[in-house]
Design a protein around this ligand. Structure first.
Ligand code: KG4
Ligand code: ZN
Length: 339
């Protein structure tokens, strides 16, 4: 009979404090405490993020154990996000993971956050149907825009990534220019309803190979709004739906065109999409079109495992636990931890 392995996973790379417990590939609990304090600043403030992690980590861990109905002494290992991410935030998760591992006398396992986004596709649930290898994974969130070529759980390589802003930041910064709140993606999506996505044409950033760049697009939108507002100070208000639909279209088109190129170049039949931006309905419908056009299959992990979460960290820990890939207690976070 298969042995039950219980892993406690900790995620604290950005502004979500998350702790999860897994039993082999199943998730028993996945608690995410999203920090609201950043909303009024229109983006994540690193110092405030690490302070909030300090405040949240113990109650979030207690709740994760309670919901999973697991005692600390049943745990087999502690997995934590080593990076990439914000140093102060990572330090909180790393120190807490070390102290748990020491006090419970169980192995410590470091996890790469970007690999974990890919591994989230292998969380076992009711309609478990993970992508088969090889596949590409596009991770699109506030922190990342990256295409990973996945040949196996261990064999992953980055084939394209943003040179500056992420796709989520493009949504967030555009929303800020339009005077909407934070996070901007869901607000732009909501306001795009009833808008004409072809009313205002923005140009796709011209970047070689499979990389992305979104900072020029932000400048393009800023200059356009400045010009139009100079002529009519009610321009944004009068055109908010068209503006949101047009901005959403250019960000999504940029993502989908690059992904299409990557699929053709790598000759794969499966793509997985992760990150907060993956919840955008227009993006999903464009991926569906790509599916039909290229005769491929797309996979979207459940949204709670697609945005930052500790279940993906715990599951990644499970794979490493089986191979006895443990970390030394001297380990420290690595903000630029490479896949
Ligand atoms: O994965 P996530 O929750 O957190 C990290 O950044 O890691 O992603 C958050 C990002 C934000 O930039 C937010 O604006 C964007 O995902 N986002 C969306 C939507 N929901 C969240 N962007 C476009 N459309 C959405 N519906
Ligand atoms: Zn992430």
């Amino acid at each position: 009979m298969k042995k039950d392995i219980y892993i406690l996973g900790i995620e604290s790379s950005c502004d979500d404090t998350s702790v999860a417990i897994t039993n082999n590939r199943k998730v028993l609990s996945n608690i995410v405490s999203s920090q609201k304090i950043h909303q009024k600043y229109g983006g994540v403030v690193p110092e405030l993020a690490s302070r909030s992690h300090q405040k949240n980590i113990v109650p979030v861990t207690s709740l994760a154990l309670k919901i999973a109905n697991i005692k600390k002494n049943q745990l087999n290992a502690i997995a934590f996000t080593r990076g990439p991410g914000l140093l102060g935030s990572l330090l909180v998760g790393c120190s807490f993971a070390k102290s748990l591992s020491l006090s419970l006398k169980i192995p410590l396992i470091e996890i790469n956050h970007m690999r974990a986004h890919v591994i989230a596709n292998f969380i076992e649930n009711k309609n478990f149907n993970p992508p088969s290898f090889p596949f590409l994974c596009l991770t699109v969130s506030g922190g990342h825009t990256q295409i990973v070529s996945v040949k196996s759980i261990e064999d992953m390589s980055v084939i394209g990534q943003t040179l500056d802003d992420s796709a989520g930041e493009a949504f967030d910064k555009s929303a800020k220019l339009l005077g909407l709140g934070y996070p901007g993606g869901p607000l732009i999506e909501k306001k795009s309803i009833g808008g004409d996505c072809n009313k205002f044409i923005f140009t796709e950033p011209n970047v070689d190979n499979l990389n992305f760049s979104f900072s020029g697009l932000k400048t393009q939108i800023f200059m356009f709004l400045k010009k139009e507002m100079g002529k009519n100070k009610n321009f944004i208000k009068e055109n908010i739906h068209h503006l949101c639909a047009s901005i959403q279209k250019i960000i999504v088109t940029t993502l989908v065109n690059k992904l299409k190129r990557a699929i053709i170049m790598n000759n794969v039949k499966n793509v997985a999409i992760a990150g907060g931006v993956a919840s955008n309905k227009y993006f999903r419908s464009e991926i569906k079109k790509l599916e039909n056009e290229l005769k491929i299959k797309s996979y979207f992990p459940k949204i709670e495992y697609s945005t930052d979460n500790a279940a993906m960290i715990a599951l990644s820990g499970y794979y490493k636990f089986r191979k006895k890939e443990f970390s030394n207690i001297q380990i420290s976070p690595d903000c630029r931890y490479k896949i």
